[in-house]
Design a protein around this ligand. Sequence first.
Ligand code: GDP
Ligand code: IMO
Ligand code: MG
Length: 424
Amino acid sequence: MVDVILGLQWGDEGKGKIADYLTPKYDVVARFQGGPNAGHSLEMAGKKHVLNTIPSGIFHEQCINLIGNGVVIDPVRFMEEIKRTEAAGADVKARMLISRKANLILPTHKILDAASESAKGEEKIGSTLRGIGPTYRDKYGRSGLRIGEIFSSDFDKKYRSSIERHKALIDHYAYTDYDLEAMESEFFTALDTLRAYQFVDSEYFIHDQLISGRKILAEGAQGSMLDIDFGSYPFVTSSNTISGGVGVGLGVAPKHIGTVRGIFKAYCTRVGSGPFPSELLDARGEELRNMGREFGATTGRPRRCGWLDIVALRYAVMLSGVDELIMMKADVLSGFPEVDALVAYEQNGAVTDQVPFDQCDKSIKPVFQSHPGWSEDLTAIREESKLPDTFRNYIRWIEEKAGVPISILSVGPDRDQTILRARS
Ligand code: GDP
Ligand code: IMO
Ligand code: MG
């Protein structure tokens, strides 16, 4: 079976921490979409590691880490990440497999991302500028380059033809703030090193693993509300982040999908532009950002903060068929006299508990429900029975609203700061 772990909000829910925590139960951890726009933090033995393209099982010896066909790869950033991860003690060459069908992020894709964002001005998506949108555009426009082609004798010719096409587009934007020569030099140097790693036809690899009864964990990137189809379009990423993305991003049939675990923070964050109905623009938002250290793992940008959005959470649970919830960062809420949660949207005088077609409609207002807070520090607690009653009531309320049980509670960034809840 392929179990899934994915984010239910706008990304940065803590997928990296939980994927690493769950890895001992799995033989393979596989990424199925996204690319270096992701920043997944893992903390163990007092050390923090940030992964962008490498799956979060890499620090476990027994685990194969697969980068699926649905992922997009920037060789320059990827090689930096590999070196960093190897220096931290992981044998990446032995433990990581790369799908030959993963698409390549070319230097000009990154320039195009920057050119497009700067042309949009105030309307910009707030992209991570990693070239994600332009690379997926080429993939679906049937003009992309797949990483397996770096072994082909006509790679240079195909590369040149893409670059020429992109240059015309960059000129169209009248964008000049780049040094393509320097970027190309880095790109080809990175490719030279990358060729020594393991490339596979990952759909066959996964299939063989399934036949042999091995257990696979598909690790999502971004979050459900950034999904290209169901997120707050156009303020989204360019891939399907929901469980439906697993089949196409790895080449596994839907019947092989097992347990789907959805991760959410006890509050919400969003980085980049776009609607955020429960956003707190006051001192409480600032406090959440400081207490939760809400600064991007990839770009360092401050994350926008707000209360938990139950309407969005229920939507994400529905879209991915989530079986179990994992609640992160409840420790950050300690000390708030009241903890609010958004329970409905008000749009043009009508109240709804559904995510509207136009999520960007500026008239959408939040309807909040307040809960008593808790002052106890949760970070050292490892048993559910020791958690404050007000917090346990809050968890029960969320489970009722979402219609799905919470199976894991995270009370700090470290691997060990995790409470596995007893199944009833
Ligand atoms: P991801 O992209 O979903 O993997 O999440 P990120 O790594 O971008 O952001 C999550 C941040 O919260 C990281 O800095 C983690 O180290 C941290 N973190 C994860 N779980 C917890 C938790 O339960 N409590 C606290 N305080 N921090 C956490
Ligand atoms: P992880 O996996 C949070 C956001 C960007 C921007 C929008 C589009 O760490 O949760 P893109 O670069 O994909 O074209 O940007 O999506 N975004 C993320 N926000 N976490 C992420 O990944 C994100 N990946 C992209 O900020 O608003
Ligand atoms: Mg992140």
